[in-house]
Ligand binder design. Structure first.
Ligand code: SF4
Length: 361
């Protein structure tokens, strides 16, 4: 890629991302910016503080400024967030019509492509999509994210999910299966402290393990604590304790293979070294530009603060792409993303060869 192309695409070189092979005493993170595509959602979960009655649908071209600024600040991931199926709202469909989009997926593709052209890789975190929608979007996204939350179906009658038909775990696992069949790197996880039992937690993680065994597509498992808020339906529930999150991380580490990274949101779980010692080996998306879209009041510290803290227990913090190194090596990405990732893959191979050479000496 010549200088002019770099300028056009914003990819530049990858010197801020050092490919690493050895994961011992290393915690990874992705430097990310959140972009809320729409706050409309067909569900209404009892713990949600994100959903709004207005759609707040973003005009695609207005996102360019955000992506440009983020890329200048060293960000590599655009985390596109939306409530589930905002296109179930007439107001959203009317906007698509005016803006010239034939479908929701066409709209998503455009926003993702704008991010990509600015040098950012997209993690698509917009809830359930059909197999054909994912197949179409696969070309332009690096990863997808969908929380299963819980496998407890009794919550359908409770405050948690009685207004959220697609929080049926079977629907969520269907999506994860689609992503697996399409070879899309997938982030998933669970919400802890919403009234589930210890057995529910084990069952949930075990199902993710089974899915991994079948498709090898799960790259990251997030353990997210329930946070109480006066504006949500579950305002009377107590926030999840640190101990419960730690315990769930330990169980996840036992059940999941080492190839699946385990994360907690470190803007909520702030005692990072405790979590690392329990089994967390990835900090997920650190918003190095702008706030966390779901918990805007829970700010992230500058990356250097985490580096210093990890140093106390002999760990290093390493920046990664939204797609894991092992997934880059096994080419779980489209030809289009290859414009960015092929070069990185080559570097990974070179490092691997150097490593093998040193070991053979
Ligand atoms: S599906 Fe997601 S965005 Fe929609 S109400 Fe539930 S938690 Fe909120």
């Amino acid at each position: 890629m010549d200088e002019e192309e770099k300028e056009l695409t914003g990819f530049g070189d990858n010197e801020d991302i050092l490919p690493f092979l050895n994961r011992d005493s290393v915690v990874t993170y992705s430097s990310a910016v959140d972009l809320v595509i729409s706050t409309a959602c067909r569900n209404n979960c009892g713990y949600c503080g994100f959903r709004r009655d207005q759609d707040n649908l973003i005009v695609p071209y207005s996102s360019i400024k955000i992506f440009k600024k983020a890329r200048k600040m060293g960000v590599r991931e655009a985390n596109l967030i939306a409530g589930e199926r905002p296109d179930s709202c007439t107001s959203v469909r009317a906007k698509f019509d005016i803006w010239g989009f034939n479908s929701y997926s066409e709209y998503l593709y455009t926003v993702a492509e704008l991010a990509f052209l600015e040098g950012l890789l997209v993690n698509l975190n917009v809830g359930y999509l059909s197999f054909n929608e994912l197949k179409y979007l696969r070309e332009i996204i690096a990863s997808v994210e969908l929380m299963v939350e819980t496998t407890n179906v009794e919550m359908f009658n409770g405050v948690q999910h009685k207004l959220s038909p697609s929080k049926n775990p079977e629907v969520r696992f269907k999506f994860l299966e689609y992503a697996g069949k399409l070879n899309i790197p997938t982030n998933t996880g669970m919400l802890v402290g919403i009234g589930e039992s210890p057995e529910d937690r084990i069952q949930m993680i075990t199902r993710v393990r089974e899915l991994y065994d079948e498709y090898r597509s799960i790259q990251n498992f997030k353990v997210i604590p329930f946070v109480s808020d006066p504006r949500i339906a579950m305002r009377d529930f107590q926030g999840c304790s640190e101990e419960l999150v730690l315990e769930t991380v330990r169980i996840a580490k036992e059940i999941l293979p080492s190839d699946v990274d385990i994360s907690v949101p470190i803007n909520i779980c702030t005692n990072i070294n405790k979590f690392v010692q329990a089994g967390v080996n990835d900090f997920g998306q650190i918003r190095t530009c702008g706030p966390d879209a779901v918990f805007p009041k829970k700010r992230f510290e500058p990356v250097e603060v985490y580096e210093k803290e990890l140093d106390v227990i002999g760990y290093q913090l390493a920046k990664r792409l939204p797609i894991k190194n092992s997934f880059v090596s096994s080419q779980k990405y489209s030809k289009k993303l290859g414009q960015f990732l092929d070069k990185y893959k080559l570097r990974l191979k070179e490092i691997q060869a150097e490593d093998e050479f040193v070991l053979a000496m």
